[in-house]
Design a binder for this molecule. Sequence first.
Ligand code: UDP
Length: 240
Amino acid sequence: MESAKQLYAGKAKSVYEAQDPDHVVIAFRDDTSAFDGAKVEQLERKGAVNNQFNAFIMDRLAGAGIPTHFERRLSARESLCKRLEMIPVECVVRNLAAGSLCRRLGIDEGRELEPPTFELFLKDDERGDPMINESHVETFGWATSEQMARMKELTYQVNEVLRGLFLDGGMLLVDYKLEFGLFRGEVTLGDEFTPDGCRLWDRDTREKMDKDRFRQGLGSVVETYEGVARRLGLELELDD
Ligand code: UDP
């Protein structure tokens, strides 16, 4: 990987050129950030854990017919993915109230949301990822109305697949954020699905098992992610 050209470095992942122009290599780093990058720490093993967790989830989603960018895992920390033209919009579905929804609307944490809510945020750290709506997406040209409708459909489909998967492991999928891009014109799930971008609570105790452990300084962040993987039956490979 040392020789491959880096295309982009985000807050937790770096993207490198692959051998062919239709693909990229995504490397999951140990960097962990919150509050739009205001809190950053290195958490040992997190990159390897998240890469393997993401591979497991993306495989499940692909198996359910959801188009994803994930091709295959290359090593403990790296995966080969389709090269997408990213849409700068974050799609969030919530099954239980938490985080910004509670802050914004004064809703009690843990309230069940039926039907689950769907929200959009613009990917723009400088502006603190402001909340937007579907008409903004179309008017400002971030995606067409057809692409937007497809993103929404796929985001809800992911809920159908993953809610049951986590429940089987004794966990509640509280909320999650997805990002999409275009591959040969098709709306395709990109980015990652890991405990960094979703909220997971123990079904019985409601203990937090996701990045809120980092945001709220609860400790044992990576150990808890490893516990989530174990509950899903995923055996993690040691880092290389
Ligand atoms: N999320 C994310 N990246 C962001 C913002 C949110 O992955 O830049 C995830 C977050 O982990 C949670 C969901 O999206 O699972 C909803 O986040 P929320 O709007 O509640 O914001 P937060 O409280 O995390 O600031």
